[in-house]
Design a protein around this ligand. Structure first.
Ligand SMILES: [Zn+2]
Ligand SMILES: [Zn+2]
Length: 337
């Protein structure tokens, strides 16, 4: 069958001799129809993704149709599904306490093991979600949106609370959408005015702050001196993550959704005087995917405008460089099979 293999840094190879997946117990074989492209794929292609080895079939934002399902899975041929790409062990301390999203031996499809940039893939039925009623695009966007939904759930945001989301990329936008859905008053921060305008129109945020123009003063004004009680950083930028300590209300919480390879440093004074809670947020659980499914079904998230770029499977490799270029104004690119 056909597939695209990332053979080495900056090298995609089209193959038509990939082995067909074998149906294991408890699994289903999925015909892949949509593959969302995200920062992880771009970093893997560019060679700056930690824990990444080549060759690898990328693709972890996946939707498609079941072609064959093992007995007892409750799935049948023709079911439209989204894939939960986080293959957890089920036995470690994190898995035993239901935190499968931070399993000690996590294997993510398209990162640690081969993903979905190919015609068919075998996936444990526990990692498939039926998405009848959603479009294939919406189904593939369950994964990136679930990361935002998880961060929001983890923060325990309450109705009427003022939250700040730093970073208006695809993950930050998801955090904004789910924080709004939870009833929060949401302020978006970014360095790009066009992205901030998109936050206002797409996520209906209540205020925006340009991080380059006196961020602390702007936040003070927007919150009558209180500052946001929850701050999410979805930039993957160390400078932003460090600066975020100064945006949090006293008694508030800072959630790192984005991550960096480097060490971070912070002022203990800024941390302690606030009695701040600092949280990491990683991946998402099945409960988060189910929540996103419900919200998408309610029609409150516009995937039509979230997906800004698309290509066919055949043209993907040629388009990939464009998606790396910020001038292309890409939010989310989707490959169609
Ligand atoms: Zn992704
Ligand atoms: Zn585990």
């Amino acid at each position: 069958m056909k597939g695209i293999v990332c053979e080495a840094v900056e090298s995609f190879k089209y193959r038509d001799d990939l082995p067909e997946p074998e149906l294991g117990a408890g699994e289903a074989i999925v015909q892949i129809r949509r593959v969302g492209i995200c920062g992880t794929d771009l970093h893997a292609f560019k060679g700056n993704q930690p824990f990444f080895s080549y060759p690898r079939v990328l693709g972890h934002e996946l939707s498609g149709t079941v072609v064959q399902a093992a007995d007892g899975t409750g799935l049948q041929a023709g079911d439209q599904v989204a894939v939960i790409p986080y293959l957890h062990c089920g036995e470690c301390i994190a898995c035993r306490s239901g935190k499968t999203n931070c399993c000690t031996s996590m294997k993510v499809l398209g990162v640690h093991v081969d993903g979905g940039m190919r015609e068919r893939i075998a996936v444990p039925a526990t990692h498939l979600i039926r998405t009848a009623g959603l479009s294939l695009d919406e189904s593939a966007m369950l994964e990136p949106l679930a990361i935002g939904a998880h961060a929001v759930r983890r923060s325990r945001v309450t109705k009427g609370e003022t939250v700040l989301v730093i970073g208006a990329g695809p993950i930050g936008l998801g955090v904004m959408a789910f924080a709004k859905y939870a009833g929060a008053r949401v302020i978006a921060m970014d360095v790009n005015e066009e992205r901030l305008a998109f936050c206002r129109s797409w996520a209906a945020v209540d205020g925006t702050v340009n991080a380059l123009e006196g961020a602390v003063e702007q936040l003070e004004q927007l919150t009558s001196g209180d500052y946001p009680t929850i701050v999410f950083d979805a930039t993957g930028n160390a400078k932003s993550m460090e600066a975020a300590f100064r945006y949090v209300a006293h008694g508030g919480t800072l959630v790192y959704v984005g991550l960096v390879k480097n060490d971070l440093s912070f002022s203990d004074t800024e941390f302690h005087k606030r009695e701040m809670t600092l949280m990491g947020s990683r991946n998402a659980t099945k409960a988060d995917f189910d929540h996103v499914l419900e919200v998408l079904k309610s029609g409150s998230i516009d995937i039509g405008r979230y997906v800004t770029h698309r290509s066919s499977f055949e043209q993907m490799a040629g388009q990939f460089d464009t998606w790396l270029n910020p001038a292309s104004k890409v939010i989310k690119a989707v490959v169609e099979l």
